[in-house]
Design a protein around this ligand. Structure first.
Ligand code: NAD
Length: 261
């Protein structure tokens, strides 16, 4: 068995997933990086190499559960252990319930809910005999806040939170903790994709959101990564079956007066 702990991260080529993989490596974990075949992982892998830790790359599309299963198998045959699973990958189409195609709806649920559920099941099966493990589902504050522009995505994230509580109940007696993290506005490809074709409009939307966030800025993905790795560690040993909102205070404030402070 690998002497180092092993973290498996989906959507690891960049954004929150890339920063999470690098942070795990900095903390002494070897990393299994799941990414789409089209993605360039070298910016992440070169930073992992700098830490002296190892990585394993498994590319594929998480709509395909056989790919997800094979990633778990590859990890087990290479290293014989999985200590942490971070279900981070997500796919979102900006659209409305009036217009969404069934294919888009089904793809979103497969990537954002079904793949995380089955990855959790297959990883937990490897964690249970060792009596320890952590599963972190990257959800969103949109699981509880609506914008009317991504119906399948928000439905999947809401269900992912519910799944977190279900899995924490099932696997807690086996020593496995299960958590959701719910980021707010994060400066990544997905955060910036607000489907407006004019830069001026995008800038206005961003400014409006920053005015509503008590910390008055979007987060760097590194800030979410650090929280994820902290939650996976022993300092969070009694934390399970809950959602941790990481949003600069956005969700809790709803007063129009707050923009004046
Ligand atoms: P991102 O676009 O950088 O990352 C999303 C990742 O998902 C990409 O690496 C992409 O390759 C992967 N992915 C998409 N479809 C896939 C598929 N079919 N198979 C395999 N991988 C696939 O954006 P991000 O902001 O880093 O997103 C990471 C997580 O954070 C997501 O779960 C997202 O819902 C969540 N989140 C982001 C924000 C934000 O503002 N950026 C806010 C709340 C929640």
């Amino acid at each position: 068995m690998n002497p180092q702990p092993v973290a498996m991260i989906t959507g690891a080529a960049g954004g929150i997933g890339g920063e999470t993989a690098v942070r795990f490596a900095e903390q002494g974990y070897d990393c299994v990086l799941l990414a789409l075949p089209s993605e360039d992982l070298s910016p992440v892998t070169s930073r992992i190499q700098d830490t002296g830790r190892q990585f394993l790359i498994c590319t594929g599309d998480l709509s395909d559960l056989e790919y997800a299963r094979s990633a778990v198998e590859q990890c087990m045959s290479a290293w014989g252990r999985i200590d942490v699973l971070v279900n981070n990958a997500a796919w979102r189409e900006i659209t409305t319930m009036r217009n969404i195609e069934l294919t888009s709806w089904e793809k979103t649920l497969r990537v954002c809910l079904t793949a995380p559920a089955f990855l959790a099941r297959w990883c937990a099966a490897q964690m249970e005999p060792r009596g320890q493990g952590v599963i972190i589902n990257v959800s969103s504050i949109q699981s509880q806040m609506a914008a009317g522009i991504s119906p399948a995505y928000v439905a999947a994230k809401g269900a992912l939170d519910s799944l977190t509580y279900e899995l924490a109940t099932l696997y807690g007696p086996s020593g496995i903790r299960v958590l959701s993290v719910n980021p707010g506005a994060i400066d990544t490809a997905m955060g910036q994709d607000i489907a407006v074709d004019q830069q001026e409009t995008a800038t206005k939307i961003r400014q409006a959101s920053e005015d509503m966030i008590p910390l008055r800025r979007w987060a760097h993905p590194r800030e979410i990564a650090r929280s994820i790795v902290m939650l996976a560690g022993n300092d969070a040993s009694y934390l399970t079956g809950t959602s941790v909102t990481i949003d600069g205070g956005w969700k809790q404030q709803c007063s129009p007066y707050s923009v004046k402070h």
